[in-house]
Structures are given as C-alpha cells and as structure tokens.
Design a protein around this ligand. Structure first.
Ligand SMILES: [Zn+2]
Length: 102
C-alpha cells in the first residue's frame, strides 16, 4: 500500500497499526521548521573610535619588540619597490640625458 500524497510505501506493521504516513509527517515538520526560521538581517559594520587604551609596561615592551621584528620584512618589500622604481625612472632619466648629449 502506498501513501496517496507522497507515494510512500507503507510497511506491513504501519498498515496494521493504522499509523499516518511518516514521510508526510517528516515533510510537514521540515516545512514548519523552515517557516519558523527568522529571515537573516544584514547588520552594518560599526565604526569604532579608540580614545585611550591601558597596557602594562611589559606587554608594551613585547608589543614593540614584535613590531620591530615585523617591520623587517616590510622594509625588504619597500626596498624592492623602491629599487624597481629607481630602475624605471632612473633609466629613463639617464636615457633622456643621453639623448640631449650631456
Ligand atoms: Zn505520505
């Protein structure tokens, strides 16, 4: 025997018990859960103004040491960028000077 709504095949035990279709009950519950779920609301990111902060001396020392070490790769990157700019513009200026014959 099959359910008229969803063509779920009843087991012999379910037919004997006269129980309602479990597949239809599952679908109804899923629909109810979906309906009760609140629609997501977009929350704008908030701007924060930092007026002051407290930091212990030791934490500050370690923070500064970390910042000093972190600046090493940053300086390497800046050196590479400056070297490339120097190659481009320095070469162009030398070429111009050569064209002018000076
Ligand atoms: Zn059913």
């Amino acid at each position: 025997m099959k359910c008229k709504e969803c063509s779920y095949e009843f087991s012999m035990r379910e037919i004997q018990d006269g129980s309602p279709c479990p597949e239809c009950a599952r679908r109804a519950q899923a629909a109810a859960v979906q309906a009760s779920r609140p629609t997501p609301v977009y929350v704008k990111p908030q701007e924060v103004v930092v007026v002051d902060f407290k930091m212990s001396f030791n934490s500050m020392v370690w923070f500064m040491v970390k910042a000093a070490f972190a600046s090493i790769p940053a300086l390497i990157i800046i050196a590479i960028v400056l070297a490339v700019l120097n190659l481009l513009f320095g070469g162009a200026l030398l070429g111009l000077a050569g064209l002018l014959g000076r």
